[in-house]
Design a protein. Sequence first.
Length: 222
Amino acid sequence: MTAPTPTRATIASGDPGKSRALAGLTPRNCDASSRPHYSQDVSAHGAASRVVGRMAGVTAIRVRDYSPAMDAAWAVGLLDEMFGGRLQARRGQLIDALGVPGLVAVDDADDRLGILMYQRVASECELVAIAASRGRHGVGTALLEALQARLADGDRIWLVTTNDNLDALRFYQRRGFSLCALRAGAVDDSRRRLKPSISLTGAYGIPLRDELELELHTSRKL
């Protein structure tokens, strides 16, 4: 599952001291060694979009499509560091976070700042993973806005995070997401059946046990 800490990157569960994800903030089951944290003008189908995010030495954030050929090695390293690998557990299944479409945030020098992976089925879009190499600089928000711009009004974005991921819960709820499901004991089940490496203890020393699902209808702006 995921447990992010808007301090450097985002998604999964692991050692709070290594928190870097945004959605890590995002959603998934990771090893104890990983733990993430986490304005732009985008056209619905544009390859790269300008963002109003600002950070030290960076005047703007651009968001472009994820390219396996160009980005895979970097993405594998980021997800290994943030979430303990590309395979993430949720809803009783393992999913390859890099086996779906994605977006990459870059700075003016084209250095990669973060990644968002998603999969769309009909009017539903799962936010599979989101992680940033630098937190609290607008990278996660830029990626979410770029994803929302690609979806039709009325589409639903959903994600799964864990009970210990307080940073992700704060990040998403401040951006319009609402809690829509609690699966008590789901992480314990994934640890037994799918991913034994999932830590028993998550962020802030909280026992890592449950899945929380959040949703956002794209007619609602971030």
